[in-house]
Design a binder for this molecule. Structure first.
Ligand SMILES: NC(=O)c1ccc[n+]([C@@H]2O[C@H](COP(=O)([O-])OP(=O)(O)OC[C@H]3O[C@@H](n4cnc5c(N)ncnc54)[C@H](OP(=O)(O)O)[C@@H]3O)[C@@H](O)[C@H]2O)c1
Length: 314
């Protein structure tokens, strides 16, 4: 798996056309790994870019294309995967993920206070029904590897106990102010590669995904000081730290100079041990993608989604 990927979630503010152009430009610059998802609602446009990339002479086997089954399709994984393959104009995916462990639908772009009346907690038997369909995709040759996203240690322990094909990656929020050391170590010691989403701290996320307690990684004095010394943007230090720590960062950018700087971040000389120690010391436990819309009961807080006391919340 390439050491860095390009994120493709444009949220409300970046169009599918801009993202498709970035995918093509990034491939020309050297990216081979693209993190897609059906819920990003741009896979058809990204598919045109992937086709153009291959026409330029980059062979399919050099690309690493990821997609994800959305929460409303946990019972229709084959159908959802085939739709992504058709949109992305591919015969197979390199990685297919279960985007969230909850089968809870919410309309794209809704407010964080929005709740689905059908929302449910994590029910392991239901998740394993979804996982069996994921395993079948491997058997059918439609996907090379399968993985999870937004999981916790207790949920992963159950999946690892019951899976026929183990998750190859776990995609999780990882940035200097949200290092998730326990989950990170658990995932790695289980032979699962952590893929770090929002590696820069998602500075352009929509207002509805912000709270007054959120901190800003790229303004942290430790990150800024290292960036000044290296003559790079603080975002680059975040990406560099993530890859050097052993995660696979998937930063989003549609700006050529920025996605090239992020690629250079994982190819240039490493941060010093002092830098790595200093960044390890600035973890704030600041989760940005809280997942409030997946809550299933009244009077819950978003912390209930993340099994903070080591037990799966019901
Ligand atoms: N599995 C999941 O549930 C999940 C959840 C969230 C995200 N993701 C994935 O992770 C990807 C990345 O996360 P994200 O989009 O939330 O946030 P991010 O990668 O942390 O931050 C992206 C922002 O940083 C800016 N940026 C990027 N490189 C820069 C540079 N070198 N210098 C200055 N600014 C820079 C970008 O602006 P410009 O475009 O202006 O450069 C963009 O606004 C998503 O696109 C998606 O593929 C997955």
């Amino acid at each position: 798996m390439p050491a860095i990927g390009l994120g493709t979630f444009g949220s409300d503010h970046v169009t599918a056309e801009e993202i498709a152009a970035a995918v093509e430009g990034a491939a020309i610059a050297g990216y081979r790994h693209f993190d897609c998802a059906s819920v990003y609602r741009n896979e058809d446009r990204v598919g045109c870019a992937l086709r153009a990339i291959q026409r330029r002479g980059i062979p399919r086997q050099d690309l690493w294309i990821v997609s994800k089954v959305w929460n409303d399709a946990h019972d229709h994984v084959l159908e959802s995967c085939k739709q992504s393959l058709s949109d992305l104009q591919l015969d197979y995916l390199d990685m297919y993920l279960v985007h969230w462990p909850f089968p809870n639908f919410h309309p794209p772009g809704c407010d964080v206070s929005s709740r689905s009346p059908d929302a449910r907690p994590y029910i392991h038997d239901e998740f394993m029904r979804t996982w069996r369909q994921m395993e079948e995709l491997v058997d059918l040759g439609l996907v090379r590897h399968i993985g999870t996203s937004n999981m916790t240690i207790p949920k992963l322990k159950l999946v690892l106990r019951d899976a026929r094909i183990r998750p190859a990656v776990n995609e999780m929020e990882l940035h200097p102010h949200f290092q998730q050391p326990e989950l990170f170590d658990f995932v790695r010691s289980s032979g699962i590669q952590p893929v770090g989403y929002s590696p820069i701290g998602s500075p352009a996320r929509p207002e509805r995904d912000r709270t007054s307690n959120d901190t800003v990684d790229i303004e942290d004095p430790v990150i800024v000081r290292i960036a000044q010394r290296l003559g790079v943007h603080p975002a680059v230090v975040c990406v560099k730290w993530s890859a050097q720590r052993g995660a696979t960062p998937i930063p989003f950018s549609t700006k050529r100079c920025n996605y090239i700087a992020n690629l250079e971040a994982v190819c240039s000389p490493p941060l010093t041990d002092e830098d790595m120690t200093a960044i390890a010391g600035i973890d704030r436990g600041c989760r940005l993608i809280k997942g409030q819309v997946f809550l299933w009961k009244q009077d819950q807080t978003w912390e209930d989604l993340w099994d903070l006391n080591g037990v799966i919340n019901q």
